[in-house]
Every structure is written in structure tokens, then in C-alpha cells.
Design a protein around this ligand. Structure first.
Ligand code: C2E
Ligand code: MG
Ligand code: MG
Ligand code: MG
Length: 277
């Protein structure tokens, strides 16, 4: 009986695994088609200067509206893109689209705005990202310092030397580097220095309940003062109410992002917001 049971469990696990693998394959081929047919789109979430409340730029966030499944969150499709290698094509499209959008905002009289784009570790593996960034800047005629690349700490762990070389050349172009989700990974302070990051983005998990959780409050406050004493900009992610915004302002945090200010928006809504709507 035990043997039969064991076999049943094995078959069940096997079937579940096949279902997961099939799901993955379907997502992958759907994503490939979406990239080829230009069916992905970007939303833009305002980045706000806390002292003035001014919008200083936007973070581009990729969206996939699947014809049958509806919206697929980036937390689901970005890992699929990374594992399948599709991230190189996807990443190139994101860079071109976001810089083109920034060009349109600059032309509409908002030449002070910057654009932040997320990059995955996988985009550094073959170093193609460097050419993609250069091409996007040239095509859209955007000054390099108006483009900020958001990396997580995992990027730096991958292949020290190769990644370092690409980052150095990106910095030489004049683009800004931002450490995303700070506090969740290894948070090596040496990395911040070595790779000449310009900005730290404090992960939303610390920011969201910093009012009720003294440990999180201490972490957020500590990261802000660390950033400022290193001469870096600092942004708090996931600001959802005024109490948090007020506290952050009090702690001299430079920038914020979150539903309290604005959700990620379609381009039409973003320009509306810039016009004061
Ligand atoms: P991220 O770079 O940390 O982006 C911030 C995420 O927080 C976004 O989720 C945004 O919608 C969400 N968010 C912003 N404000 C708030 C808030 O006040 N409360 C809450 N609960 N959430 C807030 P989203 O758009 O689902 O993206 C998730 C992640 O997917 C991003 O995290 C980023 O790591 C990745 N991602 C998105 N677009 C791209 C892309 O074009 N390329 C790459 N490589 N990764 C991307
Ligand atoms: Mg980001
Ligand atoms: Mg983040
Ligand atoms: Mg994140």
C-alpha cells in the first residue's frame, strides 16, 4: 500500500510539475509574441521631490495585457523573460520607448524631467545593454544625465568583473545609477562606492509600515542619513499616506514615490498630471 501511495504522490507531483512547466512555456511563447507584435506597454509613475512636491521624473514600468489572461504582473513575466533570454529584446524595447516618451515630455516644455528604467542582472550578461542605452539616448536625443538606470543588488553579485566593466562604461556615458529595493539584498555599502551609484531607493517593505514599526522606522531613517552623508540622493518607495510623507520630509529624505502621490499612469494621464490636472 505504501508503495502504491508513494507512486501516486510521485505521479501527482510529476503532473503538477508538468503543469507548471507548461504554464511557463505558454507564458514564454505569449511574451515572445507580445514583444514581436509590440503588445507590451509602459506606465509611468511620478517621482516627487519631497520638499516642494514637484514631479522631477518618472519610473517606467512594463505592462503586459494578455489577450486571454488579462493583465500579467511584471513580477510574473519579468522572471520568465530573464530565464528565457527574452529580457534582452524586452529591455531594449523598454529603453527605446521610455526615452522616446521623455523626448515628448521635454518637447512639451518639461525639459527638467528625468526617466528611470529598471534593468535586470541578465541584461548585463552579454553586455548588450550598453549599446542599447547608447542607441536609445541618441535616437531620442536625450542628454545622458536625464536617464537613470535602476539596478538591484543581485546585479552586482552575478559576475563582478564583467558587470563592473559595463557599469563603468555606462557611467562614462553620463547616465545615472540608482540602487533599487535597497535594504532587501546584501546592501553592501562597498558596492555603492565602488560602482559610483547616484541614488538609493529604499525598499517599500520598510517604508510602508514605518509608522507602526519602530524597527522599520529606524532602518528608513538610518538609510536616509547614510545616503546623505555619502552625498547620494535618496528616494523612499511605497509612500501611501501623508503621515509617512511628513515623517520622511522631517528626516530630509530627498525624493518619494508611491500611491499617495500617484499610481503608475498611462502617458495620457501623466501629461495631464504635469499640466496640473
Ligand atoms: P520596482 O522597480 O521596485 O518598482 C516599484 C513597484 O512598486 C511597481 O510595481 C509599482 O507599481 C509599485 N508601487 C509603487 N508605489 C507603490 C505604493 O505606494 N504601494 C505599493 N504597494 N506598490 C507601489 P510593478 O509595476 O508591479 O513592478 C514590479 C517590479 O517589476 C518592479 O519593481 C521591477 O523590479 C520589475 N519591473 C517592472 N518593469 C520592468 C522593466 O521594464 N524591466 C525590468 N527589468 N523590470 C521591471
Ligand atoms: Mg524600480
Ligand atoms: Mg523598487
Ligand atoms: Mg522591486
Amino acid at each position: 500500500a505504501a508503495k502504491r501511495e508513494g507512486r501516486a504522490v510521485y505521479q501527482f507531483a510529476n503532473a503538477a510539475m508538468n503543469a507548471a512547466a507548461l504554464e511557463r512555456l505558454q507564458l514564454e511563447s505569449g511574451l515572445r509574441r507580445a514583444i514581436e507584435t509590440n503588445a507590451l506597454r509602459l506606465e509611468y509613475q511620478p517621482l516627487v521631490e519631497l520638499a516642494s512636491g514637484r514631479i522631477v521624473g518618472a519610473e517606467a514600468l512594463c505592462r503586459w495585457d494578455h489577450p486571454k489572461r488579462g493583465p500579467v504582473p511584471p513580477a510574473v513575466f519579468i522572471p520568465v523573460a530573464e530565464d528565457s533570454g527574452l529580457i534582452e529584446a524586452l529591455g531594449g524595447w523598454v529603453l527605446r520607448t521610455a526615452t522616446r516618451q521623455l523626448r515628448a515630455w521635454h518637447d512639451a516644455g518639461h525639459a527638467e524631467l528625468m526617466m528611470a528604467v529598471n534593468l535586470s542582472a541578465r541584461q548585463f550578461q552579454r553586455g548588450i545593454v550598453l549599446q542599447q542605452v547608447e542607441d536609445a539616448l541618441v535616437e531620442a536625443d536625450i542628454p545622458a544625465e536625464k536617464l537613470e538606470l535602476e539596478l538591484t543588488e543581485s546585479v552586482l553579485l552575478h559576475d563582478g568583473e564583467a558587470v563592473m566593466a559595463v557599469l563603468r562604461r555606462l557611467k562614462a556615458l553620463g547616465v545615472k545609477l540608482s540602487m533599487d529595493d535597497f535594504g532587501t539584498g546584501y546592501s553592501s555599502l562597498a558596492y555603492l562606492r565602488r560602482f559610483k551609484f547616484d541614488k538609493i531607493k529604499i525598499d517599500q517593505s520598510f517604508v510602508r509600515d514605518m509608522i507602526d514599526d519602530p524597527d522599520n522606522a529606524a532602518i528608513v531613517r538610518g538609510i536616509i542619513s547614510l545616503a546623505l552623508s555619502l552625498g547620494l540622493d535618496v528616494l523612499a518607495e511605497g509612500v501611501e499616506d501623508e503621515t509617512v510623507a511628513t515623517r520622511l520630509r522631517h528626516w530630509q529624505c530627498t525624493f518619494a514615490q508611491g500611491y499617495h502621490f500617484a499610481r503608475p499612469m498611462r502617458p495620457e494621464a501623466f501629461i495631464e498630471r504635469l499640466r496640473g490636472g
